[in-house]
Design a protein around this ligand. Structure first.
Ligand SMILES: C[S@@+](CC[C@H](N)C(=O)[O-])C[C@H]1O[C@@H](n2cnc3c(N)ncnc32)[C@H](O)[C@@H]1O
Length: 303
């Protein structure tokens, strides 16, 4: 367990907006598919009575522990399960829950995970290049960076990072690893900067040059898109009539999956889309919480 994880607070994104859009009855049942520190659930838990239920899922043991503490005084029943949200159907089935009023997924990672040296997600601090959100996964980002051939690396950076310089970055990675394995986030960030002919400094309010490469590796290591597709596929069948699903995404690949899924379900008469355009945070929210800057919230309602 990391010390850093214990002190870094996670500020929930778009919490006020979500609370305005979702009305849970006192005996409502909600699934927080990404419980994290329980910030969003705490908010919804205030409106639930003793017959209400929150089922919280997370792949991170530390997050479950943090959420347990945060939600301990709520009046409703709280069930926290260390599980991937791709298995939401199985988990609810095991709990004897057939349908729910609300499913929330606040995708990506928490501030504590970003700051956790054991997780190796950040290029702001030099950390071992790991990137596994779920520590049970076998393959780390270092495994991919040091073992994949140049073409596979380039394809991965292009597909999951949408970086047009993917071939050049892959070439520099493969050249660099010939003199020894790439072990840290700092090493990888420096290689990407060299490939792009950029310094490691962010432009004001802009992205670090290695952002897209790091995004690509994180998506690949954690099977993020596959997991999200499974969650979205299961959700429609699990929601009650008039129940809602809300997804907060942080990059365009995730957002596209959500948008497509909601549209297809609307065409099939299963959903009504509540957010014709995604809701984004206000400038004030982004000023307080920089992590919110790329957030997009989409909501749909079961017909
Ligand atoms: C942005 S944080 C959620 C923060 C939470 N909404 C709050 O207000 O405290 C995202 C969480 O989702 C978890 N997570 C990411 N992918 C997951 C997956 N496939 N299944 C379950 N949990 C996942 C991460 O471990 C992390 O704790």
């Amino acid at each position: 367990m990391s010390k850093v994880n214990d002190v870094v607070e996670h500020v929930s994104v778009l919490a006020k907006t979500l609370a305005e859009q979702i009305n849970l009855p006192p005996d409502g049942v909600m699934v927080d598919a990404t419980i994290g520190h329980g910030g969003h659930s705490f908010l919804f838990g205030q409106t639930l009575g003793p017959d209400g239920v929150i089922v919280g899922l997370d792949v991170d043991t530390n997050a479950i522990r943090r959420a347990q503490f945060r939600l301990k005084d709520l009046a409703c029943k709280v069930i926290l399960l260390e599980s991937n949200f791709s298995e939401i159907g199985e988990r609810l089935d095991e709990q004897g829950i057939e349908s729910v009023d609300f499913i929330l997924a606040d995708l990506g990672v928490s501030s504590a995970q970003l700051a956790d040296v054991e997780r190796g997600l950040s290029f702001d601090t030099d950390m071992p290049l790991d990137m596994r959100i779920d520590k049970r996964l076998k393959r780390t980002a270092a495994d991919i960076v040091n073992r994949a051939d140049e073409k596979s690396l380039a394809d991965l950076i292009y597909r999951f990072g949408e970086d047009r310089a993917s071939r050049r970055i892959a070439r520099f990675i493969v050249q660099d690893r010939q003199s020894g394995p790439i072990r840290t986030t700092g090493q990888l960030a420096a290689i990407v900067c060299k490939a792009l002919g950029r310094s490691g400094r962010r432009r004001r309010a802009g992205k670090h040059p290695a952002t897209r490469t790091f995004q690509a590796l994180r998506i690949a290591v954690n099977n993020e898109l596959e997991n999200l597709e499974k969650l979205l596929d299961s959700a429609a069948a699990l929601l009650k009539k008039n129940g809602r699903i809300a997804v907060i995404s942080f990059h365009s690949l995730e957002d596209r999956l959500v948008k497509t899924n909601f549209k297809e379900n609307e065409k099939g008469g299963i959903y009504r889309i509540i957010t014709k355009k995604p809701i984004v945070p206000t400038r004030e929210e982004v000023q307080i919480n920089r992590r919110a800057r790329s957030a997009k919230l989409r909501i749909a309602q079961k017909q």
